[in-house]
Design a protein around this ligand. Structure first.
Ligand code: NAP
Ligand code: SF4
Length: 669
């Protein structure tokens, strides 16, 4: 694809004191790197952001730092308050500037979202996400908080940052001032919109006053709050205009408070779902506006800019997936960009487990120093069997380092389990992620033989130096009387469409796949995963009641363990899947014993009570077993074999582990 396909995305932009080299902004993320106080931690931060600048991002927004101790997100977080810290951050700013990028420090005051005892807010109203209520800020406390934003901005300037981003969205302190639901004050900081908006306007006005025109101020504005008792559209526009008048150079956009019951970044959110509202805001403002949320390809970014819906594009998770997003796009290689699949599995979910974030499709993200690619001392011939994510990841890394690699895949296409996952509503990107790996293999000149089921003898005759067996898994069969009934099918057959599934279904096994399969089978409205208007109706984005379609089938989801469903699902996405199944009327039965299958249906027992579930189809989602016979055979022939992914260990296999094993092997071999 010629470079000028992305000419809007590649165009420089003069904004405030800076000329941005293109329109790519790395959006702020909680990375887990912010809490460092050690030199090694700052080096790690520097490497992480510099790699994104090197990869083409014009402007980087760091993870959020509290402007004071009360504003930090978690007890262990370090607010941005000392000159020593500012000096330590110099290595971050210098590293980014060295790669030709600009960088601003995000200042986020958590307000009542702070998970510690010092949290403060305009009013002492507990957040549904927190166990304790915040203390109410006094008027002096408000003045001091604004002064702390200014001090933190001065320290940011001292650290070499080009500016700051003031976080005014997602339900943090500024949102809490703006919204009547969280601001019940009777003084000059509550009541009318003018009073409620005084806090963010003063923050921006006073930063600008103290730091002058040479300092960039980005204001992250909540375009849609997605909670009751917040701003209406006219108020949202007015606040944006006033913040611009107070001195902001760029309005970045945020969607939804963290306590909103509407998904905003997960896979069920269609690409560019909120661009309509963002474009409307942009047209009402006279400073540049950045579009955000579920923009994961340069083609979509280009369309948004070309349509005049935004001036800049914020890519957060997509720059974890591929630090070189911009570089590859501008070099005419968009197909080689690793695709963020919006799973949150290694980024946001890691953060909530107090780990440094990473990325399922790119484990190097956030761990750059641990995944160094060294040129190979001796070029080897390597055969990789299996073109699922593990095999492809190993092949890409090994070939990039200079080995001669060949890939053999029994299926007619690459991608393995990712192709199955892609059938689930909201997971279409999984297939794109596999395609991106395929494009990288092609660019590296790695031959990929599709439809080639290899046996050990024939393969070893090729005389390769190393054999990578990434042959994956097969579904674990059900082992109860009647399991050979024609109504019993595997999840693989159900998802791929090879098995016909009737209107009454029992799903056996309630792990991630059992939940996904239940959704796949029950959901009739598949539009909402790809069409922003259908998504908005389904989730009630405009404040109206969600429009829930009738389920496509009657689904009963079963498991042997007692207790709640969905405990193994992702922390930040599991609630969506649980809500979807509830809305679709999927019956969930825990603590069952499977007895048998006969003409009457599936016989189960629960708490000593027998029940027969009348079914047309029983879909077995009872986990997997490794497909590893080839490895044993090759080893018996004396070959050097590396077993990775599901073929090595099927239990709790997920794509994150498979990719990680592939990348590590490819770097080590
Ligand atoms: P899984 O999470 O291990 O679930 C399989 C379930 O099948 C078990 O929880 C078990 O539940 C049941 N089971 C096991 N052996 C059985 C048997 N012999 N007979 C009947 N039931 C049996 O595996 P999965 O659902 O296949 O998922 C594979 C991996 O992909 C997991 O790591 C999962 O986290 C990941 N994944 C995640 C998502 C998501 O988060 N949305 C989606 C897809 C896949 P009981 O013992 O309670 O019956
Ligand atoms: Fe995207 Fe998943 Fe990677 Fe997070 S872990 S950046 S959501 S692909």
């Amino acid at each position: 694809m010629p470079t000028d396909s992305f000419k809007s995305l590649a165009a420089p932009l003069d904004v405030g004191p800076l000329t941005l080299r293109n329109r790519i902004v790395m959006g702020s993320m909680h990375t887990g790197l912010e809490s460092t106080t050690e030199a090694a931690g700052y080096d790690r931060m520097a490497r992480f952001y510099a790699e994104r600048a090197k990869g083409g991002a014009a402007l980087i927004v760091t993870g959020g730092f509290g402007p004071n101790a009360a504003g930090r997100l978690a007890a262990e977080d370090v607010p941005f308050v000392s000159i020593e810290q500012a000096r330590a951050h110099k290595r971050v700013t210098e590293a980014v500037h060295g790669e030709g990028g600009a960088i601003v420090l995000q200042l986020v005051h958590a307000g009542r979202y702070g998970y510690h005892e010092d949290s403060v807010a305009p009013s002492p109203i507990r957040s549904p996400l927190n166990k304790s209520a915040p203390k109410e800020l006094t008027e002096e406390g408000i003045a001091q908080t604004i002064a702390d934003y200014v001090t933190a901005s001065m320290l940011a300037m001292e650290a070499g940052y080009d500016g700051v981003e003031v976080m005014g969205s997602e339900g943090y302190l500024i949102s809490q001032f703006l919204a009547p639901r969280t601001n019940h004050r009777k003084d000059g900081w509550g009541g009318s919109l003018e009073n409620r908006a005084r806090f963010p306007i003063e923050v921006v006005r006073q930063i600008r006053g103290a730091l002058g025109p040479g300092f960039l101020i980005v204001y992250r504005h909540s375009v849609l709050d997605l909670v009751e008792g917040a701003l209406n559209w006219d108020e949202t526009v007015w606040v944006g205009q006033e913040v611009a008048a107070a001195g902001a150079n760029i309005i970045n956009t945020g969607i939804g408070w963290h306590e909103a019951k509407i998904p905003t970044i997960a896979g069920v959110v269609p690409h560019g779902a909120f661009v309509g509202a963002i474009g409307k805001l942009k047209r009402a403002l006279s400073i540049p506006v950045t579009a955000s949320n579920r923009i994961n390809s340069p083609a979509l970014a280009e369309r948004i800019l070309a349509a005049g819906d935004a001036d800049l594009i914020s890519l957060a998770r997509p720059l974890l997936a591929d630090a070189a997003f911009g570089k590859k796009a501008f070099a005419g290689k968009p197909a080689e960009i690793n695709v963020c699949i919006a799973c949150n599995q290694a980024c946001l979910d890691h953060y909530f487990e107090s780990k440094v974030i990473s990325c399922l499709v790119n484990p190097r993200a956030g761990h750059e120093a641990d995944y160094q690619a060294a040129p190979v001392p001796k070029k080897k011939r390597i055969a990789v069997v299996g073109a699922g994510m593990a095999g492809m990841a190993a092949a890409i890394e090994a070939a990039s380092r200079g080995h001669s690699v060949e890939v053999f895949e029994a299926a007619p296409q690459i991608g393995g389990q990712m192709n199955l996952a892609a059938r689930v509503p909201g997971k279409a990107d999984y297939a794109s992620a596999a395609r991106a790996y395929g494009a990288q293999l092609q660019a590296l000149g790695v031959p990929v033989h599709l439809g080639r089921r290899v046996d050990a003898k024939a393969l070893s005759a090729g005389g390769d130096d190393e054999y990578v067996v990434a042959t994956g898994v097969r579904p674990r069969p059900l082992d109860i009387p009647g399991a050979d009934d024609s109504r019993v099918v595997s999840y693989e057959a159900a998802l791929s469409g090879h098995a016909k599934v009737g209107p009454r279904v029992a799903v056996i096994g309630a792990g991630g796949i059992g939940h996904d399969v239940s959704l796949f089978l029950a959901q009739a409205d598949i539009e909402s995963a790809s069409d922003p208007a259908a998504f908005a109706r389904r989730w009630g984005v405009a404040g109206t009641a969600p429009e829930l379609g009738a389920p496509a089938r009657k689904v009963v989801l079963l498991k042997r363990q007692p207790g709640g469903f969905g405990r193994t699902l992702g922390k930040t996405t599991g609630w969506i899947l649980r809500q979807e199944l509830k809305d679709l009327g999927v019956e969930q039965v825990a603590g069952v014993t499977y007895v048998k299958i006969d003409a009457a249906g599936l016989h189960i027992e629960r708490e000593g009570v027998a029940r027969v579930i009348e079914v047309d189809t029983i879909v077995v989602c009872a986990g997997q077993v490794s497909e590893n016979a080839l490895a044993t055979e090759l080893q018996a022939l004396g070959k050097s074999v590396h077993l990775i992914g599901g073929a090595r260990l099927a239990g709790e296999l997920d794509a994150k582990r498979a990719v990680e094993e592939g990348v590590r092997l490819g770097l080590a071999i």
